[in-house]
Design a protein around this ligand. Structure first.
Ligand code: HEM
Length: 498
């Protein structure tokens, strides 16, 4: 439900923006757009598809079924490019690798990122995913630097410590896997940003306020005191306050640092002046925390389920990880970057989990000009959605696509068919960090623990990314230990999730 509500809120906000845009556009009609003269444009047709009812479009059809079924059935009927209309927004959906490349890479300048204003205000309008052009490029370089291989190599011990403590806290209990993985991803986000030097008090302040922001993120935007949105905006202000204090203290100490915060604070423009204001830095720190947490936690949750559901595969992964454990002297020495590079099968399991779960089913852009694609017109102002999940689940690109089969990644997928981290200028700069976190988690999980799923895991909920129902309640216990089972005799999943 949360997913649907989130989607409704996004679409309502986009609808309002579209309405304003189209009213303006109607007034300015006849001025020409994006290099197409009126004559040329007249010869282009809109993609096939249906626009549904006036204003409502096909919104009801979308909400009356699993959204993925909606997209898949449209593709079956109309092909790889089709139009629809969702809550006031005319949209073109694209389900082919070539089209995704066209929008995200080769003609990316014709499609700008588009988010509702309320979301921009909550994350912070200077966060990199809202931008294009020079500001975006400079910022991206800084973020990529702080998340690149050199930085990650140094982070392995911190990630390992976070994994060990997550699993130790779970030992002998039933927990929602998603909640446990969220805590882990938050910890990893914090060490990436602050380099593991943040004191517990500050960390607790960040965690508390960030969780209030999260709760309000998908709520209906209004500024009435007491509403989730209002509380989230207040918490966002407090987050900025905490981040400003941390930046001031760092300046007073005068120590340079190579963590993400350090990279942003030390960046200089051509004139030697600071490139970013504290406000811009805060927006980007909150943006990275936001981009890093639920995404990674959702995929990790699916991996725990996929490994559980495929015992032979789990044994093979365990054998690979036991060899790594031996190389670390039975776990007495820390994991290194080199160890994580030797986990070939586990890496394929990660890739297949990313493909199967496709937690980011699609992304949004908006056409900044009238654009022609394969003889079709994508009108200026329309939303454009490359459908990653449809591509990942197409038998044209992945044989037997609904089978969980990591061996398919023994051969590299065809170009532009595997896009869990997007593509082009806005592709995910955190992808290697996310994979590192997964490798380290799997290492300790399979070599140190056993687990079982409590209750049924077949239904899916959206939080807002798809995860198994109740976040996948799992009982976990240390290997070779007497199992200490707590509080689950009732068998009622709601009662036992902690
Ligand atoms: C499994 C985990 C993750 C998945 C599946 C994922 C997926 C994505 C995707 C698909 C995009 C592109 C969106 C678009 O083009 O509209 C993206 C962008 C982004 N991701 Fe991730 N992500 C993950 C983890 C992370 C982590 C761990 C971080 C940071 C530590 C991160 C930071 C970002 C940022 C900052 C952007 C915006 C880049 C830009 O606009 O230039 N992500 N992510």
């Amino acid at each position: 439900m949360a997913f649907f509500f989130a989607l409704v809120c996004i679409l309502i906000s986009l609808a309002i923006a579209s309405y304003v845009h189209y009213s303006r556009r109607r007034k300015g009609k006849g001025q020409g757009h994006g290099g197409y003269g009126g004559h040329e444009k007249a010869s282009l047709k809109l993609p096939p598809g249906s626009m549904g009812w006036p204003y409502l479009g096909e919104t009801l059809q979308l909400y009356s079924q699993d959204p993925n079924v909606f997209f898949a059935s449209k593709q079956k009927r109309y092909g790889e490019i089709f139009k629809t209309h969702l809550l006031g927004c005319p949209c073109v959906m694209l389900a082919s690798p070539e089209a995704a490349r066209f929008v995200l890479v080769t003609q990316a300048h014709l499609f700008k990122p588009t988010y509702p204003r309320s979301k921009e205000r909550m994350i912070g309008p200077s966060a990199l995913f809202f931008h294009q052009g020079d500001y975006h490029l400079r910022l991206r370089k800084l973020v990529q630097g702080a998340l690149g291989p050199d930085a990650l190599r140094a982070l392995v011990p911190e990630v390992e410590a976070a994994v060990r403590s997550t699993l130790a806290a779970w030992d002998g209990r039933v927990m929602s896997t998603f909640q446990a993985m969220k805590r882990l991803s938050f910890e990893v986000g914090i060490v990436t940003i602050f380099g593991g030097r943040l004191d517990e008090r500050r960390k607790a302040e960040l965690r508390k306020n960030y969780s209030i922001v999260e709760k309000g993120y998908n709520s209906f935007p209004n500024s009435l005191p007491g509403t989730l949105y209002y509380k989230a905006m207040q918490a966002r202000r407090r987050l900025h306050g905490v981040l400003s204090d941390i930046m001031r203290e760092r300046r007073e100490r005068g120590e340079p640092s190579s963590d993400l915060l350090g990279c942003l604070m030390q960046s200089r423009g051509d004139d030697g002046a600071p490139l970013l204001t504290d406000e811009q830095i805060s927006d980007n720190i909150i943006g990275v925390l936001f981009a890093a947490q639920d995404t990674t936690a959702s995929v990790l949750t699916w991996m725990v389920k996929y490994l559980h559901d495929h015992p032979k595969l789990l044994e093979a992964v365990r054998a690979e990880q036991e060899a790594v454990r031996e190389a670390t002297d039975g776990g007495r020495r820390p994991l290194t970057w080199a160890h994580t590079r030797s986990m070939a099968l586990t890496h394929r399991v990660i890739l297949e989990s990313l493909r199967m779960a496709s937690i980011i089913s699609f992304t949004f852009r908006e056409a900044v000009a009238d654009v022609e694609y394969k003889g079709f017109l994508i009108p200026k102002g329309w939303k454009v959605m490359p459908l990653f999940r449809n591509i990942h689940h197409s038998p044209d690109y992945f044989q037997d696509p609904h089978k969980f089969d990591p061996s398919r990644f023994q051969v590299a997928p065809r170009p532009n068919t595997f896009l869990p981290f997007g593509n082009g200028l806005h592709a995910c700069p955190g992808n290697e960090l996310a994979k590192l976190e997964m490798l380290v988690l799997i290492h300790h999980l399979v070599t140190g623990y056993r687990w079982e799923i409590v209750g049924s895991s077949d239904e899916i909920e959206y939080s807002p990314f798809p995860v198994p129902k109740h976040g996948l309640p799992v009982r976990l216990w240390r290997e070779n230990r007497t199992v200490e089972r707590k509080g689950c005799e009732s068998g009622n999943v709601e009662d036992i999730i902690v």
